[in-house]
Ligand binder design. Structure first.
Ligand code: TTP
Ligand code: CA
Length: 359
């Protein structure tokens, strides 16, 4: 998934001062040279309807908005960063792997949580949007695809407040109706060069052979464009600052709320994560379970112990207790997928450092 917050700075301003909601809101970077020099940073959709957009000189925006009730505000980056941090924490919860790529956007790898099922991914996207609205009153747009490229393009397809899912079998149809400008990284210059090759649409781009693209754009950009035109991308979601963890999730044969039906799989998963722990010569302080219920809600429960362990029976026992507690506190909710997660990892000799683990 790619999640992109809608008209982010302006939406934060609307929440800070709700009296400006419904008016055109234009957030500006004032350069300070004269009272009105500077450019528009972003604006809400009401202002966009008048043709105002990011990068426009403030003077021009003021002219366009003359006689309207438009509100011009200076950027308040501290505010946006705080809101962004809280939203990123929400997003991170739903991802197997998480990569923040900007103040208002992130990739979420949910392949494992949804077992590569696009309908499940869609329902998680809805859940994410609901949670962000409830806690931060911010809408976002989410794109779901078989890779980062498609997810990113899809998140821009139904803005604002949209969800667009493009499963693998729909990638060709989805891509072929786009103009080349929708491919991330294709700006004015690339567009111009492509236009000289009589290429405006992604469909036309996909008809160009690789040699021409490499000759025109160089190896790196040329081969990127060749693959992008086909909806191909194999960049992983890079979890740069993820708290290190070892986890595994699997689907139960049948949805169930019965602990004895879940235990065998839970024990198998606990064994598997523990084997990985031992293989890496690590111990863990926190043992957690992840439960994906039949209504596709992802929930977790964890316990932190005093002394780091890599003892399988401790991990199995602890997961079992967590599962029992979970089923007691959420009765009558059948579980569809179950997982075990170990975190708070350390080497046997003491606290582990990140680079040591990653190298
Ligand atoms: P975007 O995601 O490009 O724009 P947006 O969130 O305002 O609008 P939407 O996603 O609904 O199309 O950028 C995110 C934030 O980055 C934006 O709120 C303000 C800032 N920004 C600038 O400061 N200057 C710019 O030129 C752009 C494009 C964005
Ligand atoms: Ca945005």
């Amino acid at each position: 998934m790619h999640a992109d917050l809608d008209y982010f700075y302006a939406q934060c301003e609307e929440n800070l001062d709700t009296t400006i909601r419904g008016k055109p809101v234009i957030v500006c970077v004032y350069s300070g040279r004269t009272e009105e020099s500077g450019v528009v940073s972003t604006c809400n959709y009401k202002a966009r309807n008048f043709g105002v957009k990011a990068g426009l000189p403030i003077v021009r925006a003021k002219k366009i908005m003359e006689g309207t009730d438009a509100v011009f505000l200076p950027v308040n980056r501290q505010l946006y960063e705080k809101v962004s941090d809280r939203i990123m924490e929400i997003l991170r919860k739903y991802a197997d792997n998480f990569e923040k790529t900007g103040i208002d956007e992130a990739y979420l790898d949910v392949s494992e949580s949804v077992d590569e099922n696009f309908n499940e991914a869609k329902s998680i996207a809805l859940q994410i949007k609901k949670e962000i609205v409830q806690s931060e009153q911010i809408t976002c747009s989410i794109g779901i695809g078989p890779n980062k490229l498609i997810a990113k393009i899809a998140s821009d397809e139904n803005k604002p407040d949209g969800i667009t899912a493009v499963p693998p079998q729909e990638v060709d149809a989805f891509m072929s109706k786009l103009s080349v400008g929708r491919i991330p990284g294709v700006g004015k210059k690339v567009e111009e060069k492509l236009s000289q090759l009589h290429v405006q649409s992604v469909k036309e781009l996909s008809a160009l052979n690789a040699n021409i693209l490499v000759e025109t754009f160089g190896r790196s950009l040329g081969s990127y464009l060749y693959k992008a035109a086909r909806g191909e991308d194999d960049e992983p979601v890079k979890d740069k600052d993820r708290p290190i963890q070892i986890s595994r999730i699997a689907t139960l044969k049948n949805n169930t709320a019965n602990v004895t039906d879940i235990l065998p799989l839970l024990a198998e998963l606990a064994h598997s994560v523990n084997a990985k722990l031992i293989e890496e010569n690590l111990a863990c302080k926190t043992i957690g379970i992840i439960a994906i219920t039949e209504n596709l809600k992802i929930q977790g429960k964890s316990k932190t112990i005093d002394t780091p362990t890599s003892d399988e029976s401790t991990i199995v026992q602890c997961s079992r207790e967590l599962l029992e507690q979970f089923l007691q506190t959420t009765p009558n909710t059948a579980i569809r997928r179950i997982g075990v997660k170990l975190s708070g990892l350390s080497t046997k000799s003491g606290q582990m450092n990140l680079s040591q683990f990653l190298s």
